[in-house]
Write a protein that binds this ligand. Structure first.
Ligand SMILES: Nc1ncnc2c1ncn2[C@@H]1O[C@H](COP(=O)(O)OP(=O)(O)OP(=O)(O)O)[C@@H](O)[C@H]1O
Ligand SMILES: [Mg+2]
Length: 462
């Protein structure tokens, strides 16, 4: 076991398969709180919902300080009251170093793996491991780069790189790979560069101060740095953060991290996970790594079934657990997979462990502000009367429906070569696209023309 576990590989690869499903919330840039954690009425794309935002701000603060892990938070409220938006606001305010995974409750049924495996992967994606590593680097000022191309024009290039510190100067032989990366980084003499000896990665630190007088050749953004002192070769400490899931994937197959790109990670053996957990604990004890709990956001959480809830409950008790934020718009309803009813369709034992943040319906002014922000986000110039009508529509039908009308109405406006959306455009799309209530009405009127119609047996569709 010990021999095996020394082989645990870590690589800095961002998981690229995560799909962005949050276009509707692209205007949310944070929670819009001031320094004392109080919500401003309109800020960072956020409007109203002040109590819930303040509560979310407290949660975000605790996550940032690493104070809570293994806690559950439930955002509960009617549809369209900004639950998903607030979760996105928390994500934006955390910064890129904290893992944030977003999934919908129903996702666990659609993947080619068991429900518990899907949940385990989501949980492990939400736990970051900050790893400190010492690497050998060569750091110095470029004196000269010489590249020789073979006379025939074919074959690989070769060359020489002269680097110096204030105390020494050395000439290195260059292979074609190194030449390529030097060119890609646009390295030239007078640059201070670092070469990672293990990976061959070249990074530019800046221009040497001695070159500060070549005004013509330097742009405004050029950073000037001192020529390094001492030895060219040194040991440097680098820190990178990866998620537990990424470490799992890299170590679970021969092709390793390529699976992260294809998204084809499949099920991961529990032995691999056990081995990695042991290793991480070991690293932590040696002071080489830090575990940073992140956030797992489960939207539409009532879609989970009773087994998944109990699995989640247990996972929260694990030593390495993320903060779980859930959202639901359900009232008292059946827990999926049982005949028992519970608030929000969530088992009482999980609810008991959760802190609940309620969201409230919006006022007319708030609806109008949200619609205005969405218009700006979609580069849509809306006439004031049209905005008033959209706000009315949001009140009578739903906020989502009226946000949908912004996009469709601006297409209609463009068709008639107008840059502004008018009341007429809104009227037109309002008659073209039905909201949920009118759609039900329509179904009731024309039920006999549809297939599989059951409206007569069940009198109400709610
Ligand atoms: N306070 C707010 N400030 C700015 N935009 C908001 C706010 N609340 C909601 N929105 C926007 O309104 C739309 C609907 O809100 P959202 O999707 O967050 O509702 P929800 O509570 O998650 O609803 P559901 O229960 O149906 O999932 C989204 O486009 C969202 O970005
Ligand atoms: Mg939602």
């Amino acid at each position: 076991m010990a021999a095996m576990s020394t082989a645990v590989k870590v690589q800095e690869v961002r998981d690229v398969t995560r799909i962005e499903r949050i276009g509707a919330h692209s205007h949310i840039r944070g929670l819009g709180l001031d320094d004392s954690c109080d919500p401003k009425s309109v800020s960072e794309g956020m409007v109203g919902q002040q109590k819930a935002r303040k509560a979310a701000g407290v949660v975000a603060e605790m996550i940032r300080e690493g104070k809570i892990a293994g806690r559950a938070i439930l955002l509960a409220g009617a549809p369209g009251t900004g639950k998903t938006a607030i979760a996105m606001g928390i994500a934006r305010s955390l910064g890129s170093d904290t893992a944030f995974t977003s999934m919908s409750g129903s996702e666990i049924y659609s993947l080619e793996m068991s429900k518990t495996e899907a949940l385990t992967q989501a949980i492990r994606r939400s736990i970051g491991v900050r790893i400190k590593e010492e690497t050998e680097v060569v750091e110095g000022e470029v004196v000269e780069i010489q590249v020789e191309r073979p006379a025939s024009g074919v074959g690989s290039k070769s060359g020489k790189l002269t680097l110096k510190t204030t105390d020494m100067e050395t000439i290195y032989d260059l292979g074609s790979k190194m030449i390529e990366s030097l060119m890609k980084e646009k390295v030239r003499s007078g640059d201070i560069i670092v070469i990672d000896k293990a990976t061959g990665k070249i990074s530019k630190l800046g221009r040497s101060f001695t070159r500060a007088r070549d005004y013509d050749a330097t742009g405004a953004q050029t950073k000037f740095v001192q020529c390094p002192e001492g030895e060219l070769q040194k040991r440097k400490e680098v820190v990178h953060t990866v998620s537990l899931h990424e470490i799992d994937v890299i170590n679970s197959r021969a092709q390793g991290f390529l699976a992260l790109f294809s998204g084809d990670t499949g099920e991961i053996k529990s032995e691999v996970r056990d081995q990695i957990n042991c290793k991480v604990v070991e690293w932590r004890e040696e002071g080489k790594a830090e575990v940073v709990p992140g956030v797992l956001f489960i939207d539409e959480v009532h879609m989970l079934d009773v087994e998944s809830f109990s699995f989640l409950n247990r996972a929260l008790e694990n030593e390495m657990a993320p903060v779980v934020i859930m959202a639901t718009n359900r009232g008292i309803t059946k827990i999926r997979g049982t005949n028992f009813k519970a608030p929000h369709g969530i088992p009482i034992d999980l609810l008991d462990r959760s802190i609940i943040i309620p969201t409230q319906p919006y006022t007319e002014a708030e609806l109008s502000d949200i619609i205005k922000i969405r218009c700006e986000e979609e580069d849509c110039d809306m006439q004031p009367d049209a905005l008033t009508i959209l706000t009315k529509i949001a009140q009578e039908t739903s906020l989502r429906y009226s946000i949908q009308l912004i996009t469709t109405a601006s297409v209609v406006a463009k068709r008639r070569k107008s840059t502004q959306v008018s009341v007429e455009d809104i009227k037109k799309v309002y008659t073209l696209f039905l909201d949920e209530k009118r759609s039900q009405q329509f179904l009731k009127e024309y039920q006999d023309q549809f297939m599989f119609n059951e409206a007569e047996e069940s009198t109400s569709m709610d």
